[in-house]
Design a protein around this ligand. Structure first.
Ligand SMILES: *Cc1c(COP(=O)(O)O)cnc(C)c1O
Length: 435
C-alpha cells in the first residue's frame, strides 16, 4: 500500500474526539492507524504490516477478515440485520444456541445472549441470585471469587474482579465478595500441591449455606497475567461447590473456543459447571456478543405464572443476527480438522521454545496452556518498565505484542504461520539475551 492511501485526518480527529480504553492518553504513544486485516496480519495506513500476537485483545480466532465469516455476516446483513428478541426469534440465534449446547458438557443447554464478556458475567451473577430467590432459598446471597480474577468492567463484574486492582476509583460501589487464593502454577513448580491444599482450606472455610455462587476463570486467569492452574484444582473446586449447594460459574470469556487446546476449558478440565460465560472468540472476533449458557434445571426455576419470577434482563441488541451468523461460521472453522492441527502446532512450538528459553535465569514461571504461552520478566508488578520496552522492540520487528505488566505472553490467532511464531520467539529470545 502506498502513502497516497493515508488519510491525514484520522489521527487529528482521533486526537480531538476519541477516548481510548485502558489508556493514559497524556503519555501513551500516538495510536497506530489500522486500515485492513488479513490472516494474522494487521495492515497500517503507512503500509506496514503487524503480526497480531494477541489476537486483538484475545477475540480473533481464525485471522482477520476471514472470508467465510465475512461472507456469512454480509449475507445475514442483507437478509435480516436485527430484530427485537422479546416475542421474536430467528434462525441464527436458535441454531447457534443449539450448537453451543451440543458442544458444552452435559446439561448446559440454555443460552442467554448479551453483548460482551462483562454482560455475560453480569447475567450469570444475576441468574444465580434470582435462581435461589425463585426457589425460596432467600439466604443464599453471597458470591465467592478468586484473587487476581478479572471478569469485566460493569459493576457486578468489577465486584467479583476487584482484586485485579483496576477499580479503585469506584471501590465504594462494589458489593462485598469473598476472595479466595488462586493456586497459580508453572513448569517446574514444586509447591503446587501445598498451594492447592491452602486454596481448598480457604474455600472450605468460605463455603457456607449463604453462598449462591462461585465464579472462576478456569485454567487461566487472563488479565491478571496469564496465571494458570491445574485441572485437578478445578475438579476439587467443582465437587466442593456442589456439596455446598452453591452454583459454579466458569468465566470462559477468554478460555473458550479452543484457546486452551480443547474447545472449552471445562472440557479440558473434565468439569461440568452450572453456568459458562462466553464472548471474545464467540463470533471469531468479528462482532461484539456474549452468551451465558446455563443448566436447564436453572432455567426451569424461572418458569411460573408470574412475571416477577422471569429473568427481567435484556439488551437492545440481544442475539443480534449478524453476531449469531458470525458465531455459526466461526464454529464451522473451529471444528474443522485444519483448526485442530493449527492449535496443536502452536502449542508444540510454544512448548519447544519455552523449554529452551526457561533455562535462562531471567525467565520466571514459564507456562503453557494450549495456544497461550507466558512467562514473567521480573517481580515488579504492573508498573514494570520491561513490558513497554519489549512492546516497542516487537513493534520495530513488525509484531503486535502487549505484555501485561511484567508478563510476556503470546496468544495468537490460530492461523498464525509456524515461521512467524518462531520469529516471535526469536525476538523474545534476542531481547532476553540483551537485557
Ligand atoms: C475480557 C474478559 C471479560 C470482559 O469481556 P468484555 O467483552 O471486555 O466486556 C470478562 N471475563 C474475562 C475472563 C475476560 O477475559
Amino acid at each position: 500500500m502506498s502513502d497516497s492511501t493515508r488519510d491525514p485526518d484520522v489521527l487529528e480527529l482521533d486526537r480531538r474526539h476519541v477516548w481510548h480504553p485502558y489508556t493514559q492518553e497524556q503519555t501513551a504513544p500516538v495510536p497506530l492507524v489500522a486500515v485492513a486485516g488479513k490472516g494474522a496480519r494487521i495492515v497500517l495506513d503507512d503500509g506496514r504490516e503487524l503480526i497480531d500476537l494477541v489476537s486483538s485483545w484475545w477475540v480473533n480466532l481464525h485471522g482477520h477478515g476471514h472470508p467465510a465469516i465475512a461472507a456469512a455476516v454480509a449475507a445475514q446483513a442483507a437478509r435480516l440485520e436485527q430484530v427485537i428478541f422479546a416475542d421474536f426469534t430467528h434462525a441464527p440465534a436458535a441454531r447457534l444456541a443449539a450448537r453451543l449446547a451440543d458442544l458444552l458438557p452435559g446439561k448446559l443447554d440454555r443460552v442467554f445472549y448479551s453483548d460482551n464478556g462483562s454482560t455475560a458475567v453480569e447475567v450469570a451473577l444475576k441468574v444465580a441470585l434470582q435462581y435461589f430467590a425463585n426457589r425460596g432459598d432467600v439466604g443464599r446471597r453471597h458470591l465467592l471469587a478468586f484473587q487476581g480474577g478479572y471478569h469485566g468492567d460493569t459493576v457486578g463484574a468489577m465486584s467479583v474482579g476487584k482484586s485485579s486492582g483496576y477499580f479503585r476509583a469506584w471501590e465504594e460501589l462494589l458489593f462485598p465478595v469473598d476472595m479466595l487464593p488462586f493456586p497459580a502454577t508453572w513448569i517446574g513448580d514444586e509447591a503446587i500441591e501445598a498451594k492447592e491444599t491452602e486454596a481448598f482450606a480457604a474455600l472450605d472455610a468460605a463455603l457456607s449455606d449463604g453462598v449462591a455462587a462461585v465464579i472462576i476463570e478456569p485454567l487461566i486467569q487472563g488479565a491478571s497475567g496469564m496465571r494458570m492452574c491445574r485441572p485437578e484444582f478445578l475438579q476439587g473446586l467443582a465437587s466442593r461447590v456442589k456439596n455446598a449447594g452453591a452454583l459454579l460459574i466458569f468465566d470462559e470469556v477468554m478460555t473458550g473456543f479452543g484457546r486452551t487446546g480443547a474447545l472449552f476449558a471445562c472440557l479440558k478440565a473434565g468439569v461440568e459447571p452450572d453456568m459458562v460465560c462466553l464472548s471474545k472468540g464467540l463470533t471469531g472476533g468479528f462482532l461484539p456478543m456474549g452468551a451465558t449458557v446455563v443448566r436447564e434445571e436453572i432455567h426451569q426455576a424461572f418458569l411460573s405464572e408470574s412475571l416477577s419470577q422471569a429473568f427481567l434482563h435484556g439488551h437492545s441488541y440481544t442475539a443480534n443476527p449478524l453476531g449469531c451468523a458470525a458465531g455459526l461460521a466461526s464454529l464451522d472453522l473451529l471444528l474443522g480438522a485444519d483448526c485442530q492441527a493449527q492449535r496443536a502446532g502452536i502449542e508444540a512450538i510454544h512448548r519447544e521454545r519455552l523449554q529452551a528459553l526457561s533455562l535462562r535465569p531471567k525467565v520466571l514461571r514459564p507456562r503453557v496452556t494450549g495456544t497461550i504461552a507466558a512467562l514473567d520478566l521480573d517481580d515488579s508488578g504492573y508498573a514494570s518498565a520491561q513490558g513497554p520496552r519489549l512492546r516497542e522492540l516487537f513493534l520495530e520487528r513488525g509484531f503486535l505484542f502487549r505484555p501485561l505488566g511484567p508478563v510476556a505472553y503470546f496468544l495468537p490467532p490460530y492461523c498464525l504461520e509456524a515461521a512467524d511464531l518462531h520469529r516471535a520467539w526469536d525476538t523474545l529470545e534476542g531481547a532476553l539475551s540483551r537485557a
